[in-house]
Design a protein around this ligand. Structure first.
Ligand code: GLN
Length: 491
């Protein structure tokens, strides 16, 4: 048999069910690969090998019982998974890439974790990320940067860079991330893997540490779209603990072997092919769209006229929400402080020393945008323009089933390239922010390599709650291409 860490999610599940491989063997293979590659890549903040092997043994017992016919196979029984350090796993430290949470051990599971554990997954560890998910490179982590497995001098993207790097380096067959403004799609694209940002409301956010609550979504990384689609139904659905989760039927995401896209209408927004983007990115995305056309999809030029406002709107709304969400990290909770001066000293020292530079910048920006006298001009105005951006999509989806676009204007940049220039870093997000502002789903997948042999991805955005259409289109593409089968050469 091939190296166990080369198995896709679907192949691993099949091998586990048939008894060809045990969950312990598969888990151990991932842990061994992590030990070998971690010194160079640094995808994880916390590893949980004992927990993983214990869960694997439990899965092996259940697999044996199911093979005997005395139980059903839970959908993901025995599958190893890496989890971004922004989602709570009971009893496992959850840092969010921040010093301020370095000792925080949550006493509860996030709802998506609860669902995945019930479906039989094995948790390998918690992955590195930009502090509180603020960033596009994983360089804003208090625990040091993660490296891109395709070239260790380059960033993996962010903020879910650890999860994307872990999957690209075959340390884990799948991983969870979060996407508030592109943090799943952009690192997926930079690392040459597939990544889903679901519709806002599709997955519960309970146990996802809040950044921008009206934008935050939990997302999925895997090497193939079919693998992402395999985790999707397990995680989807309404949760009484998240009032924004929707009680809607989960569409059937079983993918057919057919690559026929006849009848599918795919929109090409003029505003997403702009001056200043890397020519290789544009060429690869256009070639991929040509491939979709050759599979029968109709390609229709469209316009999303308010796209240019997405960046300023996002960088007002997200910091505004963040400044409110992050107020809870006061260094006191939930203790009692008697003396007033002592209380202010605790605030100042905990927040001053616990938060990194980018987080402080966002808190200041957000607090300013929400302050009396500026609220209407900044936050209020941004909310109005957000509605216009959402309407652009609603209008587009009257005539197309999906919108195809690049994920980012460039491929993965070098470490340090944008660290002194926050605006340059924010510009990496121009193409991913609109989907979060509109709440629509987005699916990124690899479409080739640029001149420096770095992977490039494209994204499909869809109607609210129609992730199934995105899976269908991207899976058809992966039936006739093999970019998703390429892996970095790692010694
Ligand atoms: N890069 C964007 C930001 O810094 C998006 C991050 C995210 O999706 N969590 O806010």
């Amino acid at each position: 048999m091939t190296d166990l860490t080369d198995l896709t999610v679907l192949d691993a599940l099949q091998a586990l069910r048939s008894g060809q491989v045990s969950s312990r063997e598969l888990t151990q293979a991932c842990l061994d690969r992590i030990s070998r590659l971690e010194p160079a890549i640094r995808a994880f903040i916390t590893l949980t090998p004992e927990l993983a092997l214990q869960q694997a043994d439990e899965a092996d017992r259940k697999l044996a019982a199911a093979r005997r016919g005395s139980a059903n196979f839970a959908p993901l029984l025995g599958l190893p998974l890496a989890v971004k350090d922004v989602l709570t796993v009971k009893g496992v430290r959850c840092t969010c890439g921040s010093r301020i949470l370095e000792n925080f051990v949550p006493p509860f599971n996030a709802t998506v974790i609860e669902r995945l554990l019930a479906a039989g997954v094995v948790v390998l560890g918690k992955t590195n990320m930009d502090e509180f998910a603020m960033g596009s490179s994983t360089e804003n982590s208090a625990y040091g940067p993660t490296r891109n497995p395709w070239n260790l001098e380059h960033v993996p993207g962010g903020s879910s860079g650890g999860s994307a790097a872990a999957v690209a380096a075959h340390m884990a067959p799948a991983a969870l991330g979060s996407d508030t403004g592109g943090s799943v799609r952009q690192p997926a694209s930079y690392c040459g893997i597939s990544g889903l940002k679901p519709t806002y409301g599709r997955f519960s956010r309970y146990g996802l540490v809040a950044y921008g609550s009206s934008l935050d979504t939990v997302g999925i990384f895997a090497r193939t779209v079919a693998d992402v689609a395999a985790l999707f139904p397990v995680m989807a659905g309404m949760d009484p603990l998240d009032a924004t989760s929707m009680d809607l039927p989960v569409p059937d995401t079983t993918l057919s072997a057919s690559a026929d896209l006849k009848g599918m209408r795919i929109g090409l927004p003029a505003e997403y092919f702009i001056d200043g983007m890397q020519p290789a990115v544009e060429n690869l995305v256009r070639q991929a769209i040509e491939t979709l056309h050759s599979l029968g999809a109709e390609i229709i030029p469209i316009s999303l006229p308010h796209t240019e406002y997405a960046l300023p709107v996002y960088y007002l709304i997200a910091p505004a929400e963040a400044s409110a969400n992050l107020a809870r990290y006061d260094g006191i909770r939930f203790g009692f402080s008697q003396q007033e001066d002592e209380m202010w000293a605790i605030f100042r020292e905990s927040r001053g020393g616990g938060f990194g530079q980018e987080v402080k910048r966002r808190i200041m920006l957000g607090t300013y945008a929400l302050s009396a006298g500026y609220y209407d001009a900044y936050y209020g105005r941004a909310q109005k323009v957000r509605t216009l951006i959402k309407r652009d999509f609603e209008k587009a989806f009257e005539s197309v089933d999906a919108v195809a676009a690049p994920v980012a204007p460039s491929s993965a940049f070098r470490l340090g390239e944008h660290t002194d220039d926050p605006i340059a870093m924010y510009l990496e997000d121009v193409f991913t922010l609109p989907a979060n502002l509109a709440g629509v789903p987005g699916l990124a997948f690899p479409v080739g390599f640029d001149g420096s042999s770095m992977p490039v991805g494209m994204q499909l955005m869809g109607r609210h709650y129609r992730e199934d259409q995105l899976f269908k289109i991207a899976h058809a593409y992966q039936q006739v291409t093999d970019w998703h089968r390429r892996s970095p050469q790692l010694a």
